[in-house]
Design a protein around this ligand. Structure first.
Ligand code: SF4
Length: 346
């Protein structure tokens, strides 16, 4: 489960300040619904689910939701529901068996050549479908000394060429730490690329400030940033401006989405997402089948429906705007591609 505290650090003083926006995050479902002018009667067990895993709703993200609409696709991603408390067969706390790939604190090593660093246990937003919502962050928040062990892990394995910053959300860490760890990694000759998986610039676009751009660009490593956007409505002008800043500083931008029932499970919705991503300068890269994490079963979409969505995208969009449909399977040596042909087809 993600930690509640994100460090507050001083940065360049530009407005708005991302730490202030983070501090103002809504942490009560009733407050969120009141702001959206939705009757509290529609909370549907939110208080119970909220106790199991709290709500985090940053105001810049909430501002993109439609008032009075309990079915808003952004609201659905973050509103706790009583349904989360139901135990559903096949849905577990560690659906990707990451505990088996966690050799030392802060490090997850699943695939050849790439190692994931759990840079921060915290997130600015709590996405109810998150496959790490039960992750043992308490065992994976190394201090600076323990990060040396993680760096030694990289040094000793020359097959590793890419480090992935993950979490939680790695951009919830402060820029001084991010500068330090990035500098340390860059001293290891066989590491070529740095990938950053984040949702923070989407939910609080002011996170992409001068301080952030400094450590992102003051490195010999080639930096790729993978955003996590599930619906076109998540992208507003401020998000576009943040993406533009990154692009101007040479950062490659990719997107990965998760297929979510009643959020993005229609062809027009996914087409609009791909188009909007392209307009923003972000390549639609992956679209994931939901990982079967306990508490997220109400987001599940059948394989039959996923196949129809894939077919619809292929028939509507140019190939470069069709993301790769994939899933993760515990113990597999890569992501698994989904449905390039009908079952039984040659
Ligand atoms: S921002 Fe990412 S890591 Fe954090 S809750 Fe959402 S999906 Fe999970």
């Amino acid at each position: 489960m993600t930690a509640d505290i994100i460090p507050h650090t001083s940065i360049d003083g530009h407005q708005p300040c991302w730490q202030d926006e983070l501090a103002a995050t809504i942490r009560d479902p009733a407050v969120l619904l009141a702001r959206l002018e939705i009757a509290p009667a529609q909370l549907d067990g939110a208080a119970v689910a909220q106790q199991a895993w709290s709500i985090r709703a940053p105001l810049p993200y909430v501002a993109r939701m439609k008032k009075g609409d309990i079915n808003d696709p952004l609201l659905k991603q973050i509103l706790p529901l009583g349904a989360e408390m139901q135990s559903v067969p096949g849905f577990s706390n560690d659906p990707l068996a990451e505990e088996d790939a966690n050799p030392i604190p802060g490090v997850v090593h699943k695939y050849h050549g790439r190692v994931l660093f759990i840079i921060s246990p915290a997130c600015a937003i709590h996405c109810r479908y998150c496959f790490r919502r039960h992750f043992a962050y308490e065992d994976n928040t190394p201090g600076k000394g323990q990060w040396q062990a993680a760096l030694d892990y990289l040094r000793q394995d020359e097959s590793i060429s890419e480090v992935i910053y993950s979490g939680g959300d790695p951009l919830a860490a402060n820029d001084n730490f991010l500068l330090w760890i990035t500098q340390q990694i860059a001293t290891i000759p066989h590491i070529k690329r740095l990938r950053i998986h984040t949702r923070l610039p989407l939910v609080i676009p002011s996170r992409i400030d001068q301080s952030c751009l400094h450590w992102l660009t003051a490195t010999r490593l080639k930096v790729v940033m993978v955003w996590h956007i599930n619906h076109a409505n998540e992208i507003d002008q401020a998000v576009m401006a943040a993406a533009q800043k990154l692009k101007q500083h040479g950062i490659e931008l990719l997107n990965q989405s998760v297929l979510l029932k009643q959020v993005n499970d229609s062809v027009p919705t996914l087409v609009a997402l791909s188009e909007r991503l392209w307009d923003t300068g972000i390549l639609p890269y992956y679209i994931h089948r939901l990982d079967k994490v306990a508490g997220a079963a109400h987001f599940h979409i059948s394989d039959q429906k996923i196949r129809r969505l894939q077919q619809g995208l292929m028939e509507t969009l140019p190939g470069y705007l069709v993301p790769r449909f994939v899933c993760e399977q515990p113990g597999a040596r890569s992501k698994t591609a989904l449905f390039l042909s009908e079952p039984g087809a040659p």
